[in-house]
Ligand binder design. Structure first.
Ligand SMILES: Cc1cc2nc3c(=O)[nH]c(=O)nc-3n(C[C@H](O)[C@H](O)[C@H](O)COP(=O)(O)OP(=O)(O)OC[C@H]3O[C@@H](n4cnc5c(N)ncnc54)[C@H](O)[C@@H]3O)c2cc1C
Ligand code: FES
Length: 251
């Protein structure tokens, strides 16, 4: 784990109100795995905010976000040269291993976040990648996607498959998913062995505060920031998880 003052390198818009922020963080760029996240510090008396690492480009890492509150708005307002305190890489990622010949990546809304790195790692292990990405409408779809095959799905049918990304997805030997937790619950129904990146509230991001509890089917709780944020889909007690999160914010 590294703590760096990372200079912002660039920002690009990938959908209305959704942007990719690139920052120079060589140690994190060299070591991050798909599904891991960084905890970004903003000015003022605020806790750090967690963001999945979206891409790595040389010595820079990228995160993708929308403004939903003070921290995200501040990050989106940063300009090249501004410094952001960056702690990471954190959590356990998808931990891909050789074996499967195909990987299906299923993302909803900002759930695109861990997918470019997941696609890169899956391809490096010889897998054929199909990425299925869903949003409410064509306007809200992220304009960037990777894979041998890319399938878009929109709730209103304005682009691609009319319906959810889960319904649009083919079966694959390996299924990776990220999105609103109600979408991940549907993933768990269809593919219990899928690996899913779960979103929770987080305080410390390093396993100390217990603010990121994930209820488990087997009983008890995990810490999303330490044992997660990636889980076997069937391991999570989805019926208990949604009760304490406003999913609409990042869907
Ligand atoms: C492991 C992990 C990875 C994440 N990756 C990304 C990412 O790649 N891109 C991205 O845009 N967001 C991501 N998030 C969510 C992001 O951390 C929150 O949206 C952010 O912390 C909100 O900060 P804020 O100061 O802008 O909002 P605040 O002012 O703190 O809150 C604004 C609103 O957002 C809600 N909120 C706060 N935190 C969360 C949360 N964790 N999940 C859902 N709603 C929340 C609050 O209840 C409130 O309604 C991730 C979260 C986790 C746990
Ligand atoms: S966020 Fe503090 S223990 Fe996970």
């Amino acid at each position: 784990m590294f703590l760096l003052n990372a200079p912002i390198v660039a920002t690009r818009e990938v959908a209305p109100g959704m942007a990719v922020v690139s920052m120079e963080a060589p140690e994190i760029a060299a070591s991050v795995r798909a599904g891991q996240f960084v905890n970004l510090g903003i000015a003022g008396p605020f806790l750090r905010r967690p963001f999945s690492v979206y891409r790595v480009d040389g010595e820079s890492i990228e995160v993708v976000l929308k403004a939903v509150g003070v921290g995200t708005a501040e990050l989106l307002g940063m300009r090249p040269g501004d410094l952001v305190s960056c702690l990471g890489p954190l959590g356990r990622g998808f931990d891909l291993e050789a074996g499967p010949r195909s990987a299906v990546l299923v993302s909803g809304g900002l759930g695109v976040a861990p997918m470019p790195l997941a696609a890169r790692e899956a391809r490096a292990l010889g897998m054929r990648v199909t990425w299925v990405h869903g949003a409410r409408s064509a306007r809200e779809l992220c304009s960037e996607a990777e894979g041998e095959e890319v399938i878009f799905a929109t709730d209103d049918g304005s682009r691609g498959f009319a319906g959810t990304a889960v319904a649009a997805a083919p079966d694959g030997e390996l299924v990776l998913a990220c999105g609103p937790n109600r979408m991940l619950a549907a993933v768990a129904e269809r593919w219990p062995e899928a690996r899913v990146a779960v979103e929770t509230y987080m305080g410390c991001g390093t396993g100390v505060c217990l603010g990121c509890a994930v209820p488990l089917k087997a009983g008890g709780y995990d810490r999303a920031c330490k044992e997660g944020p990636v889980y076997r889909a069937a391991a999570v007690d989805w019926a208990s998880l949604p009760s304490h999160l406003p999913y609409a914010v990042t869907a």
